[in-house]
Design a protein around this ligand. Structure first.
Ligand code: MF3
Ligand code: CO
Ligand code: CO
Length: 270
């Protein structure tokens, strides 16, 4: 039987024990370290398939497990979403071109705990418009994270992200959201990246979830390609995403997927 920890709130959100934070930190640190280490392998002419093979090996070498290989039929250790791909890009043999921006999303399982994080990379020279998009998306994630503490609501998180993004005349994707995680990959609640203050479930100490806003330079609508995974912007505009796994503490938040090399934000260029 599946191991259960803690208790469930009336909204079906699991409340973990203080001792469970250590497991999440271990899983989150590995996912983040892999994203640090992959940075040197992102360059013009590289394929997303090769990046994914390297990630697969890093997960194996760490003695961990990929959460995405075999998940609903997905066959890769990462999702790699280039330019107008919003999320769930499938690694393949297309070569990165100068000025391409890409999100790499990795989820690992360490001792049964899930660590899920993604960030943006660039091949070659970062175009000015893409730089703005990446900066706003990164800062929007932190607007959401800064909102997290007991007594706030999930609507407060969504509102903080949406208000920030729309103030910069960009749009928040509605079709995908963050999620509870812990001993499972995807659990309640749906963490929306838009919303109204004071709505939704109330945050409590011991909740673990991701915040992972997707932001488009154009309109928010997406469509999923015939491979049933790749989500793209309908208007072909550029899209960016950053994701952290976090836990609610007595007085705020802990980020489980902090970059050990402080490489979360792509101010560097490969
Ligand atoms: N890591 C993604 C998330 O943030 C989920 C990817 S599922 C996959 O929730 F199957 F596409 F890999
Ligand atoms: Co996630
Ligand atoms: Co993810």
């Amino acid at each position: 039987m599946k191991e259960h920890r803690g208790r469930l709130t009336k909204d079906g959100i699991r409340i973990y024990e203080p001792a469970d934070f250590a497991g999440m930190h271990a899983a989150g640190a590995l996912a983040a370290r892999i994203l640090d280490d992959i940075a040197d392998h992102v360059f013009v002419g590289q394929t997303t398939g090769e990046i994914d093979r390297l990630i697969t090996k890093m997960v194996e070498d760490a003695g961990a497990e990929s959460a995405t290989i075999g998940y609903k039929g997905y066959q890769h250790a990462s999702c790699i979403s280039v330019n107008h791909v919003v999320c769930h890009g499938i690694p393949g043999d297309k070569k990165l071109k100068d000025g391409d921006i890409l999100n790499i999303d990795v989820t690992v399982i360490v001792d049964g705990w899930y660590g899920d994080t993604s960030r943006m990379y660039v091949a070659g020279k970062l175009p000015r418009k893409a730089e703005r998009l990446i900066q706003v998306t990164h800062d929007a994630l932190f607007k959401g994270i800064e909102t997290v503490k007991p007594g706030k609501t999930f609507g407060d998180i969504g509102h903080a992200i949406q208000a920030y993004v729309e103030a910069h005349r960009m749009s928040v994707v509605r079709d995908f959201c963050g999620h509870g995680l812990g001993r499972v990959f995807h659990a309640p609640p749906n963490v929306l990246h838009y919303g109204r203050p004071g709505t939704g479930a109330v945050l409590e100490e011991g909740m673990f979830f991701t915040i992972e806003p997707m932001v488009n330079l154009g309109r928010p609508e997406t469509k999923t390609l015939s491979d049933d995974w790749t989500a793209v912007t309908r208007d072909k505009s550029l899209s960016a995403q950053f994701e952290h796994s976090v836990g609610v503490t007595a007085d705020g938040v802990e980020i489980f997927t902090l970059s050990p090399g402080d490489k979360f934000h792509p101010t560097y260029s490969s």
